[in-house]
Design a protein around this ligand. Structure first.
Ligand SMILES: Nc1ncnc2c1ncn2[C@@H]1O[C@H](COP(=O)(O)OP(=O)(O)OP(=O)(O)O)[C@@H](O)[C@H]1O
Ligand SMILES: [Mg+2]
Length: 401
């Protein structure tokens, strides 16, 4: 599965669609889909799409490309309605009107999360060699990608002790004539458990560099580059691997108009900087074409330029952004934070969780079992990696500290 993301109109939809068309033309069975409620994927392909997988015509490659415009709202309704009804009744009990309650529990980005649940099922079906996803703009995507972590935590706390409490308290509450407090019932717990299960699978898929990777799309201008570097850091923090960076709309050599000379220099400088700062992640570039990229033919032109000397179908396994190694003293946890600086970093441990904050983005890293009994012995930021050293409790507790 390949997810394309970036900030603003940098060509995410075009590049995602071009990649899908290219891979399908090369013989792969490809599903191309969008989590963006704007129907721009259908516009780029110049073919209608809807909420069911539907064949997209690629000349010379019949039956290879399937398109899907996910109706996130409908998926939300399907997966979440039992839980929503319960939460609305609970908030209603607390005096809140149903409409306000319904607004309140719709976490931003949650609909896209349910879209990902469906995509995980498409990947698992084995019907496709490649699933290409055009993701919504960066901020939403990041939140959405972070949600499996956050929601998993939340759901675990409702489904675990909450269920036991409901069983124990339910008769008491009813017996004491306090029946007004809505208690979650079995269908709610079943729904929560099912969602938790599905979220865990999405999370595992997205963090598995052998099965999923993110391709960042930017243009060779300073603001877009800065935003992309921030995105790369955040993705890494959440454990998602970036397999390539696409620099789109680069002014091609044949443009020699003196009016654009500075722009050409600027593009060359940005490309050079990106190649250094993203190494070893490959940097692919696509020229600014002489027309909009609409329809399968236009997309093929874009793909031919973009993948002139690279394989679009698969991905190079991205660098694993989070690793744990054994060391002589204990363990070393490494998190790739390619563009972070010391001043932006905040780190502390609470129980079995490590809280990391980089440049305003937070993540709670649930420590793997092997590290839970260890204590943090030190941390350092070196060459784009945050390295946290762990030592066994007994060996390292310093007196007086
Ligand atoms: N290399 C290119 N050459 C010429 N036109 C391009 C190129 N890449 C994209 N475009 C055009 O730029 C416009 C924006 O592209 P696209 O819709 O793919 O961007 P996006 O990142 O998906 O935008 P949004 O943030 O709105 O989703 C489209 O009209 C597209 O045809
Ligand atoms: Mg788009």
């Amino acid at each position: 599965m390949l997810l394309f993301t970036g900030k603003g109109g940098v060509g995410k939809t075009s590049v995602a669609a071009a990649t899908a068309v290219h891979a399908a033309a090369a013989g792969a069975r490809v599903l191309v889909t969008s989590t963006d409620p704007a129907h721009s994927l259908a516009d780029a392909l110049a073919q209608p799409l809807d909420d069911r997988p539907r064949a997209v015509d690629v000349p010379g490659a019949p039956g290879r490309l399937t398109g899907l415009q996910i109706d996130a709202q409908a998926r939300l309704e399907h997966h979440w309605s039992d839980v929503r009804d319960y939460l609305v009744s609970l908030l209603g009990w607390g005096g809140m009107g149903a409409v306000a309650a319904e607004e309140l529990i719709l976490l931003p980005g949650i609909d896209e999360l349910f879209a990902l649940i469906d995509l995980e099922q498409q990947v698992a079906s084995g019907e496709y060699d490649l699933v290409v996803v055009d993701c919504a703009p960066t901020a939403e995507t990041l939140r959405l990608l972070a949600l499996p972590d956050a929601l998993g935590w939340y759901v675990e706390r409702i489904a675990g002790p909450g269920r036991r409490m409901a069983r124990a308290l339910g008769p008491l509450v009813r017996g004491a004539g306090l029946g007004a407090l809505p208690m979650p019932d079995e269908p709610v717990f079943a729904a929560v458990e099912r969602i938790q299960d599905q979220l865990a699978r999405v999370h595992t898929l997205l963090q598995d560099p052998a099965r999923a990777a993110i391709r960042l799309v930017c243009t060779p201008e300073r603001l877009s580059v800065a935003e992309t570097e921030r995105t790369a850091t955040s993705l890494s923090l959440f454990g998602y691997g970036v397999d390539a960076l696409v620099v789109n709309r680069v002014l091609p050599d044949e443009v020699t108009d003196p009016y654009l000379a500075r722009w050409k220099d600027r593009h060359a400088a940005q490309l050079a900087e990106l190649r250094t700062s993203f190494a070893p992640t490959p940097v692919l570039r696509a020229p600014l074409l002489d027309d909009e990229v609409i329809g399968v033919d236009g997309l093929r032109r874009l793909a031919d330029a973009l993948y002139a000397d690279a394989d679009a179908t698969g991905w190079r396994e991205p660098v694993r952004p989070v690793t744990v190694e054994r060391t002589a003293e204990g363990h070393l946890l490494r998190i790739a934070l390619p563009f972070a600086t010391r001043g932006e970093l905040d780190l502390h441990r609470r129980g079995s969780d490590l809280h990391v904050r980089v440049a305003g983005v937070r993540r709670t890293v649930a420590l793997p079992g092997s590290l839970r009994r260890d204590r943090v012995a030190g941390a350092a930021l070196a060459d784009g990696w945050l390295e946290v050293r762990f030592r066994p409790q007994a060996a390292g507790v310093e007196v007086g500290s």
